[in-house]
Design a protein. Sequence first.
Length: 268
Amino acid sequence: MPAPLRVALDQGTGRSGDPASSLHRLHGRARAAASEGAALLVTPEMSLTGYNIGERVRDLAEPAQGPLFTAVSRIAADTGVAIVYGFPELADGDVYNAVRLVDATGASRALYRKTHLFGGLDRDLFRPGDDLVVQVDLDGHRIGLLVCYDVEFPETVRAHAQAGTTLLVVPTALMAPNTSVATLLVPARAMENQLHLAYVNRCDTEGELDYVGLSTLVGPDGTELLRGGGTEALLVGDVDPAATEASRAELSYLGDRRTDLYPAPDTH
C-alpha cells in the first residue's frame, strides 16, 4: 500500500486575464505547499487566465506545449511539487477548457479537456473534450481529472471509480448561489464511489460571477477532510489509501451493484 499523499488545495487565483500575475502567484503557492510537505498542488478551473473573460479566452489560448506549460514546468521543478493547473488549450483551431498535471520534475503527465460544457459560458467559447477518463499514477496513487460541471454527472465519477481512480481531482469555478454542489453533491460523489475527491474552487469575482470558494477534500466515506470558506486559502491534507481500503471493506458500493438489472446506458 502506498504512503499517504499530501495534497494542497489552492483556493485563489491571480488577476483575471493576466497570466503573468497568475504564474507569479502560483510560484509562491507552490513554495508554500512544499513547506507544508505537499506533493501535489491543485488550482481552480482556468487558474492561469481567468474563466469568465469572454473572447479574451481565445486571445490567451495556447498549444499544450506553449509558454504557460513551460513556466509551470519550471515552477514544479523548482519547488519539487506536482501541479494541476487550468488553461485554455488551442488545438487545430479549437479552444478547450483544459487542466494539466505536471509532476515534481516538471514533466507533463496528464492533460484533460472538459467534456461537459456549462451553458453559454463554455459552449460559446470551447469545444468539448472526447476523453472522459484521464488518469496518471503519482507516488502509487491513481489520480483522475475532471473539470467543474463534469462532476455534477454521476456517470463521470463512476467511470473513474470503475477505472481505478483513487483520487479524483476537480478544478472548478462554482459561482453563487450554487453552494449545494460543493457542500452536498461533491461529498456524495466521493462516498458513492468510495474514492478521495479534491474539489478546488475560485473565490474571486469576474463580471457578474461571484465564486463561492468552499473547496474541499472528501474521503471515500464522505468525510470532509478539508473545507475552505469564501476567501483565499491554502488547504493541506492527506489522501490515505488505508481509508479507501477500510471504506470498501465495510461497505462495497462498487462490488455490490446489480448491473444485471440496470438498463443499458442512454446514448442520446
